[in-house]
Design a protein around this ligand. Sequence first.
Ligand code: GDP
Ligand code: ZN
Length: 308
Amino acid sequence: MPEADPIPGMIIRSQSGFLTVETEQGPVVSKLRGRLKRGKRTTDVAAVGDRVRVTLLEDGTGVIEQVEARQRALSRRAPLPWVGSRRDYEQVIVANPDQAVFVFACADPDPNFRMLDRFLVVAESQRLPAVICANKIDLVEAREARREFGEYDRLGYRVVYTSALTGKGIGGLRKLLSGRLSVMAGPSGVGKSSLLNAVQPGLGLGTREVQEATGKGKHATVVRELIPVQGGGYVADTPGLKSLDLWDIEPDELDAYFPEIRPLVAECEYSDCTHLHEPGCAVVAAVEKGRISLERYDSYCRIRQGRA
Ligand code: GDP
Ligand code: ZN
């Protein structure tokens, strides 16, 4: 019997060579057609978020025939398996993400803005729009939270205030996630799983249990999966982003990833100004005038000097 024509879908789970493709006929556990894996590659052939065409086999599994070109990817540079040169291979964490959602708590634990700044640099360097979610708003005065996180509003990042406990802001978060592929990241204990469960009761937790049931323990497995949310969106709850190394970023590119520093660079006296100590530095002048916050400049200096 001839095989049916391949049908379109998106990879929503990846584990040890098995790729689950969400299709209009439901999820299909698939493998890559052998020829897709041949030859020397500089990027992963397929990752969660990739759009593919899959042939359905009689036993209910599938074969991925084609992977469509990526719009963008959240990725890290990794050593080439066959050369060992460290920047030449692109390991894809999530393909085609629409936005990053960085979750921090207003309290318990207190927000770590230096970590947030590092996340934002990663998002900027990957050209990924970033949204900041300030959770546990129930633990602090709303005004206090807005004062702390307001700096990021001024920089042009969207900030949403939520409480997974009281439900405040959950509708807005749900709207923000629906119809998009979002990458969620943040320190542990800030309420990421609670938020996912509040956005979509049951689903986030269910997925985690599956992940743990693989036997190797949650952290040891390299399962990557997308959690579906209402309205056709997905959330990639990826520990990978947290460990994204900043060595991926060239030191002299760093100023481009701070939106408030970027426009000043051309005004510095030296074209190769590091904005750390040079005379005639427009960035230092802006810090002295209070136009760039001391905290953000401190984050810049730490990352630039590899002290992150
Ligand atoms: P994760 O590690 O980021 O996934 O965080 P969890 O979702 O596991 O939450 C960590 C702890 O914070 C749990 O005890 C939650 O009950 C609590 N928590 C989560 N969201 C909120 C919130 O909005 N307000 C308060 N007060 N506690 C919360
Ligand atoms: Zn400068």
